[in-house]
Design a protein around this ligand. Structure first.
Ligand code: ADP
Ligand code: ASP
Ligand code: MG
Length: 417
């Protein structure tokens, strides 16, 4: 790995700005001023940007008007354009503020991925060109969310993937800091759009944040936290609009040493995800190899599985239910009936009216009263629990989508207010 800071002789700061933060020309101008100020403090600065405002959503809707099941490769061609607009405009805005800047696409910046279109995995970052331009005193602006395969195919990393680009570049360059600048001023105990009085966390461990993000707290793309943990890149989640102290995401050891306000609560936060659908295969014959067959087939269709539950029946058959992300449902749905036939299931049931609510915290499983309290708070609200899944770091329940936000508020009240 190239340690850019060593080559350049100045600390390297990587900042990532999300869509809301670059939504208009005026926003871009303000971001440019903030980036320039950071450089003038004596840093080399790399900026990763998302597409402006709702650009990606608009491009997705446009594609659906043309084709309900667009080829994944063409989706990548379409969607990667959004970030190119914001990156080039930001480079122009920085030049206008009096500092030299250059924008790069993911491909130009050396983001090499595998070929899984719309959810590509990063293979490596070839940061030479970035380091060279930083050395020349330029501010480097890179499009988030995208990369290129060894065969020069454009790929994207999945919705919300600019965070992952940012952390991968920070790790690849050996940046001293990775700041995720967004429309909230840190990571809260629950989504501030759903809960009225959530608390801002001073810090959070990589492991806890990874669970929060995987279970739906979209403030960080979960894969960005995985990379941060692997390369030990501390992340700061903070506001792009003002200077309030943000939330540090770092190792547990470092967090406990550096932040004396460590609370001894085991439930750190509540996460929810409304972007899921449940697929149930009913009366699946109970013999070895059936589950392997099902999930091998699903992996062929690039489906992300979020939670799996097998319920035992009498009479040699099981029901197997699993949650998938809603956007992948459209691609897997046409194959489900063939799959059911192949494995001898009697039918398939699809339910897109579910969501998940989860609590996250180190050691949750070791205290059985926590599960009891979570389920009681849902029962008190008359919310029925469908699937349940747990680990030492989380406890997740599928509940009806229309009661999801009530569930988040009830559980937050129980543990965190
Ligand atoms: P960006 O466009 O900057 O990437 P996102 O919309 O992807 O921003 O992520 C920020 C949003 O994440 C916030 O506006 C907030 O509604 C949501 N969010 C969900 N859970 C949390 C949480 N626990 N703490 C803070 N924000 C959260
Ligand atoms: N623009 C992409 C999206 O909206 C990536 C990102 O913003 O992180 O999903
Ligand atoms: Mg985001």
């Amino acid at each position: 790995m190239i340690k850019a800071a060593e080559k350049i002789g100045r600390p390297v700061v990587l900042q990532k700005y999300g869509g809301t933060s670059v939504a208009t020309a005026e926003h871009i101008r303000r971001v440019a001023q903030r980036v320039v100020a950071r450089k003038r403090e004596g840093n080399a600065v790399v900026v990763v940007v998302s597409a402006m405002g709702k650009t990606t959503d608009q491009l997705v809707s446009l594609s659906r008007e043309i084709n309900q099941r667009p080829p994944w490769r063409e989706m990548d061609m379409l969607l990667h354009a959004g970030e190119i607009i914001s990156a080039s405009l930001l480079a122009m805005a920085i030049e206008k503020e009096g500092e030299p800047a250059i924008s790069f696409t993911g491909a130009q910046a050396g983001m090499i991925t595998d070929a899984s279109h719309t959810r590509a995995r990063i293979q490596r970052v070839q940061a030479d060109r970035i380091v060279e331009d930083l050395g020349r005193g330029r501010i480097v602006v890179i499009t988030g969310f995208q990369g290129i395969t060894a065969d020069h195919e454009v790929t994207t990393l999945g919705r919300g993937g600019s965070d992952t680009s940012a952390v991968a570049f920070a790790a690849g360059i050996g940046a001293n800091e990775c700041e995720i600048l967004t429309d909230v001023d840190g990571v809260y105990t629950a989504d501030p759009r759903v809960v009225e009085n959530p608390r801002k966390l001073g810090w959070c461990s990589y492991d806890e944040m990874l669970e929060m993000a995987s279970l739906g707290a979209r403030v960080l793309h979960s894969r960005s936290v995985e990379i941060a943990r692997r390369f030990d890149v501390p992340l700061l989640v903070a506001s792009s609009f003002h200077e309030a102290a943000g939330t540090w995401i770092c190792s547990k050891e470092r967090g406990e040493k550096e932040f004396s306000d460590m609370e001894t609560v085991s439930v750190r936060g509540v996460a929810h995800n409304s972007n899921v659908a449940k697929i149930s295969l009913v009366d699946v014959p109970d013999h070895p190899g059936v589950a392997a067959g099902i999930f091998t087939t699903l992996s062929r269709y690039n489906v992300q599985i979020l939670l799996i539950v097998q319920a035992e029946h009498r009479g040699g058959a099981n029901d197997i239910s699993f949650l998938v992300s809603a956007e992948t449902l459209v691609h897997v749905e046409p194959h489900l009936h063939d799959l059911a036939k192949e494995i001898g299931a009697s039918r398939v049931v699809i339910d897109d009216q579910v969501g998940t609510v989860s609590i996250v915290g180190d050691g949750i499983q070791s205290d059985p009263s926590i599960a009891a309290r979570m389920f009681s708070s849902l029962a008190k609200e008359g919310i029925n629990i469908d699937l349940i899944s747990s680990s030492n770091l989380m406890l997740a329940c599928a509940v009806p989508k229309k009661r999801l936000e009530d569930a988040v508020r009830a559980i937050h009240r129980e543990f965190l207010e």
